[in-house]
Design a protein around this ligand. Sequence first.
Ligand code: ADP
Length: 275
Amino acid sequence: FARLNRKGKSRDELAGMGETFNEMIGLLEESFVRQEQFVSNASHELKTPLTIIESYASLLKRRGADRPELLEESVEAIHSEAVRLKGMTEQLLLLATARRAWQAETEKVDLLPFARQTAATFGKVYEREVTVEMRGAGPDRQGKAERMGDAVVERGDGMPTQTDPDMLKQLLLILLDNARKYSDGPIELRLGSEGERFYMAVRDNGIGIPENELPHVFERFYRVDKARSRDGETTGGAGLGLSLAKELAKALGAELTLESVQGEGTTATIWLPAT
Ligand code: ADP
């Protein structure tokens, strides 16, 4: 400041700079704390499946030869925890590079066949029924145009949007996977338009999210009920899916909304500009 002062800065200017400097330090500190928290959470999440793998492996090492019945259980546990670990590591890697490195490579994508294909693959892999429904599709499907929500779309044009299909698929898969994990019934994928936007809504009739938890579920590592999310292979999320989904939506210039009623179900919606 003494040096700056010699260059003729006024007292007010200096005070202003001092304030900005303090604000920057504050932001940096906050960012370091968040970073530390992230590393600590990540290590904790990675440690849990690793501990399980380690104990089953050492059990096999000690007793495997004389107790062959242990084999099936141990291999099953090691395998499912390794799968979980792999998924988590992939999510962590994606999140770590999200802000810096994600470049959406956009092309024209027709959302209807895109949704149908993604839903079909997902349904087959997880043996779950995923219905795809186009909302507001008018009766004049035979005619030149069909009505979808507020927009009349020329037949053949479908639901065209300019987007990165790989990233959009990843985003949609996260939402479908949550619907799968937190419900038992069929999953609905609804498509339609509102104003100038198309939407893809993933709807389930599962356990839902309590209202007071709803604002937090996009935070990294946040799980509504840790025990519930952990009981077994299929629900063993680390609370990273929705934060990844949010980053993906941001990179795509899309909006992601979540509505949920505890005990009734959840609807997660991706909003994209119609082109
Ligand atoms: P996870 O990998 O644990 O599923 P997410 O970030 O995807 O993490 O979701 C955060 C939390 O939000 C979940 O642990 C779960 O408690 C809740 N949640 C997300 N989607 C749903 C859904 N469709 N139904 C009920 N709860 C959900």
